[in-house]
Design a binder for this molecule. Structure first.
Ligand SMILES: NC(=O)c1ccc[n+]([C@@H]2O[C@H](COP(=O)([O-])OP(=O)(O)OC[C@H]3O[C@@H](n4cnc5c(N)ncnc54)[C@H](OP(=O)(O)O)[C@@H]3O)[C@@H](O)[C@H]2O)c1
Length: 322
């Protein structure tokens, strides 16, 4: 496992981080298997774990807390997210800041998260949604400064709306944001245009999320794949998105270097960007863990292949729910 600086936080984070969403909210989640996978992940060098209160109403924070409890003295960089008070995903300029992250709400949920992970302070606290119309509000800046001065959080970040990588540039420019979490993968390359250069200039850590396009870049979906009704992926891959995704993934498979599978190529693509600090992958079993951690060996992908992958950028018009 290779490590990179998480921007101005100075934290040394594993290039492959562990995303916990699927362990709490998706069909097929199993706590025992999740904890075994998290432990193996830590033992294999992964030190960055991304949770959120909204993942199972605190369940994901509890899983992370169990990992921390089981491994006293070991470096586990814990991160979680404050849900929007109005429980609306994605954020929108139609919502007043006060409806979404009022001070008391942020303090209350910070405490819930700390209780869940079993610590007095969290390494990185993120707002789960963001809209740049709130960038000039004083309240969030004061709230974050207070949380830091009370040592409840060490660093602060925002999670950007899917396919709205531009919708955070103003917040970053305020200097109050230590990290951004953004959808970035072979399909969704737009963060390279404006977001990454700004983050590099401001020394803001970049957490690349949804590296495998919720499964679209694993190569295992077919046009007949179905998910249970309540599973987020039923919505995500609805309205023709599944068919379009499978077609694009099939094209990508033609570019695979010998012996490499699509998830590994997808992760290597992300790690080829020097702006990225870590990419958080949804890994719920040991097989996936083993396959994905291989991508962090410092070798990246040949330049020629990267150029070909650039042509697979997919500009999408609609937003999904998270
Ligand atoms: N708004 C936000 O802040 C936000 C939104 C979305 C995600 N996130 C964060 O980003 C993390 C990653 O995103 P994600 O989990 O949604 O999606 P993802 O990492 O793009 O994809 C996860 C999917 O890939 C599959 N997978 C993983 N490794 C594989 C491998 N080697 N071979 C085949 N399949 C593999 C998983 O399979 P199984 O289904 O079999 O486990 C799962 O279906 C989340 O866990 C969460 O921490 C944040």
């Amino acid at each position: 496992m290779e490590y990179r600086k998480l921007g101005r936080t100075g934290l040394n984070v594993s290039e492959v981080g562990h995303g916990l969403w699927g362990m709490s909210d998706w069909s097929g989640a199993d706590d025992k298997e999740s904890l075994t996978t998290l432990q193996k992940s830590l033992d294999s060098g992964c030190n960055f774990f991304d949770s959120a209160w909204a993942y199972g109403s605190g369940h994901s924070d509890l899983l992370l807390g169990q990992l921390i409890k089981n491994n006293p003295g070991r470096t586990i960089i814990a991160t979680s997210k404050i849900p929007p008070k109005n429980l609306k995903w994605p954020a929108s300029s139609e919502y007043l800041f006060d409806e979404v992250f009022p001070r008391q709400h942020v303090f209350d949920y910070t405490q819930r998260i700390l209780d869940g992970i079993g610590k007095d302070s969290i390494d990185l606290l993120q707002f789960h949604v963001w809209d740049d119309s709130w960038a000039n509000e004083d309240e969030w800046k004061e709230t974050i400064s207070d949380l830091k001065s009370k040592k409840l959080i060490r660093h602060f970040g925002i999670s950007l709306n899917r396919w709205e990588e531009w919708n955070g540039l103003k917040a970053i420019q305020t200097g109050y944001v230590d990290t951004v979490q953004v959808v970035y993968n072979i399909f969704d390359q737009a963060p390279e245009d404006e977001l990454f250069p700004l983050c590099q200039k401001m020394n803001v850590g970049v957490i690349a999320r949804v590296p495998l396009d919720e499964g679209g870049l694993t190569g295992k979906l077919t046009v007949d794949t179905q998910f249970p009704e309540k599973d987020f992926r039923t919505r995500y891959f609805g309205s023709g998105n599944l068919q379009a995704t499978v077609k694009r993934a099939d094209e990508l498979k033609k570019l695979l270097p010998e012996g490499m599978l699509l998830p590994e190529m997808a992760l290597r693509f992300i790690l080829s960007s020097p702006a990225v600090s870590t990419t958080i992958v949804g890994m719920r079993n040991l097989g996936h863990l083993q396959a994905n951690l291989k991508a962090s060996d410092g070798r990246g992908l040949p330049e020629e292949l990267l150029l070909k992958l650039r042509l697979h950028r997919w500009v999408r018009g609609t937003r999904s729910n998270k």
